[in-house]
Design a protein. Structure first.
Length: 327
C-alpha cells in the first residue's frame, strides 16, 4: 500500500483518500478501481469503508456498498483511476522535494532510511528516502535504490543495479494521448537474495514487487512491476520477466529467457536457454524451445504446416514461385 503524507480531496467527488489499494486487498480510505471482469471482488469492499472506487459502468453494486464508499462510474475505470492516482503521486512528489540527502562515505542517502548492522553501502550508491535495508547486506557501487524499497539481511546487490524505479504502465485518454499510471508500490526483497550487476527490479504499481528468500539473479536480468518470485529461484543473465507474473519457488530460469506478463510459473519448473514463455506453466514442467533455424528451412516448415491445414503455400503467396527462398 502506498502511504501519503496528508489527505487529498479527489476532484468532483468531495471525497478524501490517503492511500491506494487493489480490489483484491482494499484498505480503508483508499483509492480503488474495478472492471466488470472482476465484479465478484466487489464483496471485498464490505470489509473496509471510506474508499473512492472507480468502477466500470454496468456493474451490480449493492445499496450497502453505496452507503460506505463513494463510486465513480465510467466506461474506462483504469484510465480514470490513473488520472486520480497521478494527482496523489504528484502531491506526494512535491512533499518529497523538500527532503534532503546526506553524503555518507561517498554514497547519497535520503531521509527516513534504516540500515541494519554490518551492512556495507559502497561509494557512488544512491539510497532514496524511506528505504529499509537489513543487516549484513552489501550494496555494491553504482546501485540506485528508489523510495519504498525494503531489502532484507544477508543480501548482495551487485554493481549498478536499479531497484524500485517506476514500472512501465500507460493508458490512452480520450484524445489518444498516453497517461502514465504511477508505480509507487515499491519493492520488497527478502533475506539472502543476490542480484547480479546491472539488474533492474521495477516498483509495483500499488502493492510491491516481491522477491522472496534466497532468490539468485544473474547479471542484466529484468523484473517488471508487480512480479512475485518464489524462494530459491534462479533467474539467468539477460532474462526478462514481464509485469504481474508469478514465479514459484525452486524454479530454474536459464539465461536470455523472456516470460510474458500476467502468467504463473509453478514450483520446480525448469526453463531452458533463450526460451520464450507465453502462457502459464504447471509445476514440475521443463520448458525448452528449438534453436535458431535458417530461413529456408523455416519457410519449408511453414509450407508443410499450411499444407496440413489446407491453406495456400506461404512462400509462394508471400514471395512468388521464382523467389530463391521458394524451394
Amino acid at each position: 500500500m502506498v502511504l501519503f503524507k496528508q489527505f487529498i480531496t479527489i476532484p468532483s467527488t468531495e471525497y478524501q483518500v490517503n492511500s491506494v489499494s487493489t480490489i483484491s486487498n482494499p484498505k480503508n480510505s483508499s483509492l480503488v478501481f474495478i472492471q466488470k471482469d472482476y465484479e465478484g471482488l466487489l464483496e471485498n469492499l464490505n470489509n473496509v469503508k471510506g474508499c473512492c472506487v472507480v468502477a466500470e459502468n454496468g456493474m451490480s453494486i449493492s445499496d450497502d456498498l453505496y452507503k460506505i464508499h463513494n463510486f465513480i462510474l465510467t466506461d474506462n475505470p483504469r484510465l480514470h483511476f490513473a488520472k486520480i492516482y497521478s494527482l496523489l503521486a504528484e502531491y506526494d512528489e512535491k512533499n518529497s522535494r523538500n527532503r534532503n540527502y546526506s553524503n555518507v562515505n561517498g554514497a547519497l542517502i535520503g531521509e527516513n532510511v534504516i540500515i541494519g548492522e554490518n551492512t556495507i553501502i559502497e561509494p557512488f550508491c544512491f539510497i532514496d528516502h524511506d528505504v529499509i535495508i537489513g543487516s549484513n547486506t552489501v550494496i555494491r557501487s553504482g546501485t540506485r535504490i528508489r523510495r519504498n524499497t525494503k531489502i532484507g539481511s544477508d543480501c548482495l546487490i551487485k554493481e549498478n543495479s536499479v531497484i524500485g524505479t517506476p514500472g512501465f504502465s500507460f493508458e490512452k485518454d480520450e484524445e489518444d494521448n498516453f497517461i502514465k499510471v504511477p508505480q509507487l508500490g515499491g519493492v520488497v526483497i527478502h533475506d539472502k537474495v543476490e542480484l547480479g550487476a546491472l539488474s533492474t527490479v521495477d516498483s509495483g504499481a500499488i502493492e510491491p514487487t516481491l522477491i522472496n528468500d534466497q532468490v539468485k539473479m544473474m547479471d542484466h536480468a529484468h523484473v517488471a512491476h508487480n512480479v512475485t518470485i518464489g524462494e530459491k529461484t534462479v533467474v539467468g543473465a539477460g532474462t526478462t520477466i514481464a509485469g504481474s507474473t508469478k514465479i514459484g519457488k525452486d524454479v530454474w530460469i536459464s539465461p536470455n529467457c523472456t516470460i510474458t506478463h500476467k502468467i504463473s510459473i509453478g514450483d520446480g519448473v525448469v526453463i531452458g536457454l533463450s526460451a520464450r514463455i507465453h502462457k502459464s506453466v504447471p509445476a514440475g514442467t521443463t520448458m525448452i524451445n528449438e534453436g535458431a533455424e535458417v530461413l529456408e528451412r523455416l519457410l519449408q516448415f511453414i509450407d508443410y504446416k499450411n499444407e496440413l491445414l489446407g491453406e495456400t503455400e506461404y512462400t509462394e503467396r508471400k514471395f512468388g514461385r521464382g523467389h530463391p527462398y521458394y524451394k
